[in-house]
Design a binder for this molecule. Structure first.
Ligand code: ADP
Ligand code: MG
Length: 509
């Protein structure tokens, strides 16, 4: 699948094994989405918590810088009063505030170094120590030494530093607030990215294959039973769905074929039954007339005449056989209640073709396990099935070979007969037509093309099924499945057989 370069190169990414494993199914995608969302939400919450608590700490520190500045300003107020009124009690008052400044500076020292630099802090510290010293000297002397310029200068420096520190702290706090404000937007960004990823996954793994499924369904509806699958990326679930659908289409095709076959057979059955009935009487009349003619005038004819009448008799007998087969093929379905021993069917049929097999140099391999259950059916019809199959097999092995008949149980309730030859085999096109009446590949006079049509019709009438596998030059296997007789089914009595034969006799009369 050639994918135009995309801001999310998912198709290429999905070729890597771990990602495929995780994102290859809707289940995995939901899990991945859940994991990514909860992890990013947790990370963002933690970050938010960290930023807010840092902000809280900074605000608390900022309060202390305010305290520092306030104390400095108090000290300076008393300093001013002292220098104005020369009253030492002012210095005593100011001293109280000065005493508060030193521990504050100690307390804030680390933070001060952090927000400015060690050098700045040391300068400030020197100023504080210097001012305190001057303060003490002034307090100890009765009158201010000099004009107090030193104290004023040091005081001004003190104020400048305290203000500077407060400003720096305020700046830092403002920055922290901005960070906290930005966080929700970062969250939103991550969320949008996730949504894009989800949309992309849904489109790739679900929507596209669904669209493909739509066309597959349309194709199947219009009779294309081989619509093909979907090549691109798809979730496991979609893959299963498309595959199931593909399988369904193939099975539909097979069923459709079976239905067509059954319909064709039914129509042909009605048609051939009509013709066979119509031909039956004239054919019988021809045989009868020829026989009578031979009896009455045989003596007065020369050899050539008798041979000709013999031909008429032989050919009409052949025609009668064909008609009989046609009637077998077209007989309507009636429920068969008799049961037959499976081994007996096989043994009696094999003995019918034994000679023909020996003549063609075909070895027989008959595998009949002990204790096979009886099948539902009539012996005569089933003999017809197996003799047709065996004769076809022998005919397919003109140069010799092995004919195997293998009977075994086919759970739950059938017997399976495999008739395998090592003959010439068939191409798929031939295999598709062999059950059609009158389809034959044998030369005129050799095959009527009715054998397998009759086999098919009889097997169906018995509630069984027949399948074939063939390979040109290697051989053919016909597989017949016949339902096992219910235990209470009485074995085929002579009466039943007679009525079956009677039906045939009726057809022939
Ligand atoms: P017929 O034997 O009169 O030709 P069938 O209905 O018995 O008619 O068989 C139809 C065709 O099926 C045969 O002409 C032959 O081409 C093919 N066929 C049947 N059985 C075999 C087999 N065992 N091996 C190869 N071809 C077979
Ligand atoms: Mg045949």
């Amino acid at each position: 699948m050639s994918e135009p370069s995309h801001f999310l190169p998912l198709p290429r990414l999905l070729k890597t094994q771990p990602l495929r494993w995780l994102l290859g199914s809707v289940k995995g995608q939901i899990l991945a989405l859940f994991l990514v969302t909860s992890i990013s939400a947790s990370v963002l919450t933690l970050m938010d918590y960290r930023d807010l608590s840092m902000l809280k700490r900074r605000l608390l520190l900022e309060d202390r810088y305010h305290d520092l500045l306030d104390n400095v300003l108090e000290v300076r107020r008393y300093e001013k009063n002292y220098l104005l009124y020369k009253d030492r009690s002012n210095l005593v008052e100011g001293g109280h505030y000065l005493a508060k400044i030193e521990p504050l500076v100690l307390n804030l020292s680390g933070d001060m170094v952090e927000i400015t630099s060690r050098k700045t802090f040391e300068e400030f510290h020197d100023v504080v120590v210097g001012y305190a010293k001057t303060h003490r000297v002034y307090q100890a002397s009765a009158a201010p030494p000099g004009d107090g310029a030193l104290m004023r200068r040091q005081g001004r420096e003190l104020t400048d530093f305290a203000t500077m520190f407060l400003r720096a702290k305020q700046k830092e706090t403002r920055k922290a607030i901005e960070n906290v404000l930005l966080l929700p937007f970062a969250f939103l960004g991550v969320f949008f990215l996730l949504m894009l990823l989800v949309m992309r996954l849904v489109s790739l793994g679900l929507l596209r294959p669904l669209k493909r499924l739509q066309t597959i369904i349309r194709d199947v509806a219009t009779g294309d039973y081989n619509p093909g699958g979907y090549e691109g990326f798809q979730t496991e679930e979609m893959h299963g769905l498309i595959e199931a659908f593909d399988r369904m289409a193939r099975e539909l095709a097979v069923n459709q074929e079976h239905l067509l076959q059954a319909g064709k057979m039914a129509a042909l059955g009605t048609f051939t039954a009509g013709i066979a009935h119509e031909l039956n009487n004239p054919l019988n009349n021809i045989s009868l007339t020829a026989e009578t003619y031979l009896e009455e005038y045989g003596d007065r004819m020369d050899d050539e005449g008798r041979e000709l009448i013999g031909d008429v008799l032989a050919q009409s007998e052949r025609a009668c056989d064909i008609v009989k087969n046609l009637l077998d093929f077209s007989r309507t379905r009636q429920r068969i209640r008799t049961s037959v021993d499976a081994s007996e069917i096989v043994r009696s049929t094999v003995s019918l073709v034994k000679n023909q097999a020996a003549l063609s140099g075909v070895k027989l391999d008959i595998r009949l396990p002990e204790g096979l259950p009886p099948v539902r059916g009539s012996l005569r019809s089933l003999q017809q099935v197996f003799s047709n199959l065996l004769i076809n097999a022998v005919q397919a092995m003109a140069g010799g070979g092995t004919l195997t008949v293998d009977v075994k149980d086919e759970p739950p309730d059938s017997l399976r007969f495999d008739i395998r030859d090592t003959g010439m085999g068939m191409d798929p096109e031939t295999v598709g037509r062999i059950f059609e009446p009158f389809f034959t590949t044998k030369e005129a006079g050799k095959g009527t093309g009715l054998g397998l049509a009759v086999v098919y019709s009889i097997v169906k009438r018995h509630g069984g099924s027949i399948g074939v596998k063939s390979e040109i030059g290697a051989g053919t296997v016909f597989t017949v499945l016949l339902p096992v007789a219910e235990t209470e089914g009485e074995p085929a009595g002579p009466e039943q057989e007679r009525s079956e034969n009677a039906a045939h006799a009726g057809g022939n009369s």
